[in-house]
Design a binder for this molecule. Structure first.
Ligand code: HEC
Length: 122
């Protein structure tokens, strides 16, 4: 028991993902849905999203400042609008770690609050 707890507490990705899951369920699940599958042509997917996994900086900018206009996700064009969600940088880092490491997604780097703080509006 003790060992399991220590192993979990010392895993920054697992900790961040656990917080990020809560952020996701409160702020994102209504549009991107429970398995990150989205709704084709309306709300783009996060599961298997080339946009998210190849451009984490653009994805973080979208979450931080909102996203309007044409984007292509897995070959499907979306020309819609995601409002600025009013999240703190640490919440954005946590939700990024969650969506980039769930539903088959696997990122090779940990997103930090400092990295999110450095993302500027285009
Ligand atoms: C009201 C619906 C809605 C909510 C809530 C919402 N999104 Fe989005 N999201 C969209 C739409 C629509 C787009 C595409 C916008 C466009 O066409 O420019 C998008 C785009 C994205 C993208 C880039 C494209 C992709 O699929 O990889 C990411 C990443 C993303 N959202 C993550 C999030 C996260 C994380 C949250 C919660 C913190 C969130 N969204 C909340 C509707 C939503």
């Amino acid at each position: 028991m003790g060992l399991v707890l220590i192993a979990w507490v010392s895993d920054p990705l697992a900790e961040s993902m656990a917080r990020g899951k809560e952020v996701y369920e409160m702020n994102c699940v209504v549009c991107h849905l429970g398995q990150g599958e989205g709704l084709e042509g309306v709300n783009p997917p996060l599961a298997g999203s080339d946009y998210l996994m190849k451009n984490p900086e653009k994805a973080a900018r979208a979450i931080k400042f909102g996203q309007r206009g044409e984007i292509v996700v897995n070959g499907v064009t979306y020309n819609s609008y995601m409002a600025e969600l009013g999240l703190y940088d640490d919440e954005i880092a946590d939700v990024m770690n969650y969506i980039m490491n769930s539903w088959g997604n696997k990122a090779d780097t940990l997103i930090t609050e400092e990295w999110v703080a450095g993302i500027e509006k285009e």
